[in-house]
Unconditional design. Structure first.
Length: 328
């Protein structure tokens, strides 16, 4: 057999090198590119358990979502949904895939947002309007004076997922759970608060003065989220047979307090946020009895953001203010 020419040897060497590189690559990496749209459409449909809501989120038609999911199922030779009239549920395979996709997409979005903001001196903080106006804003001038180089942008929202949606670098949320997830979410508890009845100073009726917890049966009770907190307070005040399942339910703290200030009833206020309102006389506490709220304010961010100098400065400030509040 005639020896191979140098040119033929180089060509064969290049082919062998390409083959070895292909074998060393992850086996599904090339196929993954063909499924990216299908995976994106599946994740949205699986998260909502609705092709219609997935289509609205992705700004496409319901038929497009259905087509992409079907194509993905055919490629995998698996059913990802159990389809019923007017309802879809995840199959075991679909549930397993959703768990991986959701965390992966969240991580990708978080990294993209961090890369986009790299080198920026701004910091986006998501807070609820009530926490911002009643606790944070009165204290922020001290932070701004100490850190004029940090552009703190407040993102006011009642949605707890502002951080995971990429709308903010960090968030202050109210929760009864520990939100920290090692490797995925950094969290620090700032403070909890006591709950106590508050109302407008002119609410009390001459014929039914607010002298004890029993007298509250003559007044409208204002509730935040549910009736449970008032039931707990009544029990703590010694009224075990109180009927509190009446009165407006207002799921926004600011609106609840505005209703109380307007004389619409008695609310259970978060005392940690009410110092200025009580000091000014906009609200009064007719009773000293209080209960601990079932929850606390937490500062949360991604582990990567937690290492940034500008965030560390904000976290140190907030934790110091929280400690000072505990001493008051």
């Amino acid at each position: 057999m005639a020896p191979l020419s140098p040119r033929t040897k180089d060509k064969r060497h290049a082919q062998e090198k390409a083959m070895v590189n292909a074998l060393a690559s992850p086996p599904m990496r090339r196929n993954l590119a063909h499924h990216l749209n299908g995976l994106r459409f599946f994740e949205a449909a699986a998260r909502h358990l609705s092709f219609t809501r997935a289509a609205e989120e992705l700004c496409v038609t319901q038929a497009a979502v259905s087509h992409q999911v079907r194509a993905l199922e055919e490629a995998l030779s698996l059913l990802l949904f159990e389809r019923r009239p007017r309802q879809v549920n995840l199959s075991p395979a679909g549930a397993r895939l959703l768990a991986v996709l959701s965390s992966s997409f969240d991580h990708i979005e978080s990294v993209l947002n961090e890369l986009k903001r790299q080198g920026s001196s701004s910091l986006q903080l998501a807070v609820t309007p009530s926490f911002s106006s009643r606790w944070l804003m009165p204290r922020l001038p001290v932070f701004w004076d100490a850190h004029p180089d940090i552009e703190l942008h407040l993102h006011h929202t009642a949605q707890a997922d502002a951080l995971t949606r990429g709308a903010a670098d960090a968030a202050i949320i109210w929760t009864s759970l520990n939100p920290e997830k090692p490797g995925r979410l950094w969290a620090r508890r700032l403070f909890g608060t006591a709950l106590s009845p508050v109302c407008a100073p002119g609410l009390a009726l001459p014929e039914a003065p607010l002298i004890d917890a029993y007298s509250l049966r003559n007044y409208p009770l204002l509730h935040e989220d549910s009736f449970e907190d008032w039931q707990r307070w009544m029990t703590a005040a010694g009224v075990s047979d109180a009927q509190v399942q009446h009165g407006p339910v207002i799921d926004d703290s600011n609106a609840l307090l505005l209703a109380a200030m307007g004389g619409r009833g008695v609310a259970l206020g978060r005392l940690a946020l009410l110092a200025d309102d009580l000091r000014s006389g906009r609200l009064i506490r007719p009773f000293e009895c209080s209960i601990e709220a079932d929850g606390a304010y937490w500062l949360i961010t991604s582990p990567a953001t937690a290492e940034q100098t500008r965030f560390k400065a904000l976290a140190a400030f907030l934790e110091a203010e929280a400690r000072a509040l505990a001493k008051d």
